[in-house]
Design a protein around this ligand. Structure first.
Ligand SMILES: Cc1cc2nc3c(=O)[nH]c(=O)nc-3n(C[C@H](O)[C@H](O)[C@H](O)COP(=O)(O)O)c2cc1C
Length: 370
């Protein structure tokens, strides 16, 4: 791979889209993650020409909508298997600004083409089939070795900033029946930290991956602890950390694929969270709260209005009950809360426009056992 062609990656326009491709480029579209052919950029003039030859209607779309490298949040190499063939992909996750740009760009370009430009050269021009609302994309080129991809990562200068959580335990001391029997909404918490292991276990129970599947991109890593209509997993989970042993205070996002957290805000947001939750004291007092949001379009794109009115909230109920039971079995307490200002919550969590807050669960050590 000729690195000089990639260096000014700042000049990258992001593209990635579903679909139609030319020559050696292969694109598999899914609702959420795109795979685009990734070719030898040292030979891009040829590729460019070939594209032009094959596409009589080539043009640039939205050249002003850029997703520059600063808006990448995470880059990593993954190994996938598809139809029995193993291949390497470079997965890019955008930060919030990147996701918004990405979402806008794809929305405005439906039915048209976008361009990926590296170093002022056109690298690809896929046709946009659907608005892409997540900030995840995946680039694939069968010709590239792991070393090539690692070299690109180094050039771009972004490393994986994720915080990997301890592996969940698959056995506990409390039976499901006992947890069901003892479960209560508990609102009085001690001023005491919870362990990272417990937080990990709770997040895993909520949406953790239990059956990894890498070749169906919309699953975003595989099947989960909670069922979801169509396996579309519309929920996202944020974690407001006040007192968790070994984890700096702040706001994080849980990423089931890899069982990890991405940092969003580096300060304790519990007071603001409490204000957003119309002043409910437990929200400020709990060492940690999780906030469920939903990207409804993941489900409504397939199921329409029924998805909005029913499926997303049914999915949420499954996941939240897992949390109730897991928390109970860990000897901790939680209370779910739907009473909050949507607007304040969205602002506090810095949610993109297509993501809506739905549920808050404050978690901690119970003051009393009742
Ligand atoms: C959709 C929903 C919203 C809720 N919102 C709140 C809330 O905003 N504040 C609160 O203190 N409890 C909230 N709860 C908890 C209920 O008050 C609690 O589940 C109910 O009193 C039954 O008690 P139990 O959970 O201990 O069985 C909510 C529960 C549900 C299912």
């Amino acid at each position: 791979m000729k690195t000089k062609l990639i260096k000014p990656v700042i000049a990258m326009f992001f593209l990635f889209v579903p679909i139609t491709f030319f020559g050696q480029m292969k694109i598999t579209h899914t609702d959420t993650i795109l795979k685009t052919g990734w070719y030898n950029v040292s030979n891009q003039e040829t590729v460019f020409k070939r594209q032009l030859d094959k596409s009589s209607e080539f043009y640039y779309i939205n050249p002003e909508v850029k997703v520059p490298v600063e808006q990448f949040e995470e880059l990593r190499i993954i190994e996938n298997e598809y139809n029995g063939n193993k291949y390497l992909s470079l997965v890019i996750r955008f930060n919030r600004n990147g996701t918004e740009n990405w979402s806008n760009a794809t929305k405005e370009s439906i039915g048209k083409q976008m361009a990926l430009i590296i170093d002022d050269k056109l690298v690809s021009a896929p046709r946009v089939n659907a608005q892409i609302t997540t900030g995840v994309s995946s680039l694939y080129n069968p010709d590239y070795s792991k070393e090539d991809l690692e070299e690109l990562l180094k050039l771009i200068g972004i490393t994986d900033k994720a915080i990997y959580l301890p592996a969940p335990q698959l056995d506990g001391l409390v039976s499901v029946e006992k947890a069901l029997h003892d479960r209560r909404s508990r609102r009085d918490f001690q001023d005491k930290e919870i362990s990272l292991e417990n937080l990990s276990q709770i997040l895993w129970s909520a949406y953790g991956i239990t059956f990894p599947i890498n070749d169906i991109p919309f699953l975003r890593g595989g099947l989960r602890t909670a069922p979801s209509a169509g396996g579309l997993y519309p929920l996202e989970i944020y974690v407001a950390v006040g007192k968790v042993h070994g984890l700096p205070t702040g706001l994080y996002k849980y990423v089931p694929d890899g069982h990890k957290l991405l940092s969003i805000i580096n300060e304790d947001i519990r007071s603001e969270l409490c204000i957003a939750a119309i002043g409910q004291p437990m929200v400020k007092e709990a060492p940690v709260s999780i906030v469920y949001t939903a990207i409804f379009s993941r489900t409504t794109d397939k199921y329409g209005q029924r998805g909005r009115e029913r499926y997303v909230c049914i999915d949420l109920g499954h996941s939240a009950e897992n949390v109730y039971l897991q928390v109970e079995s860990l000897g901790l307490g939680t209370c779910a809360s739907a009473a909050f200002s949507d607007e304040k919550m969205s602002t506090l969590l810095q949610l993109p426009k297509d993501e809506e807050p739905l549920y808050l669960m404050s978690i901690g050590h119970n003051k009393r056992q009742d």
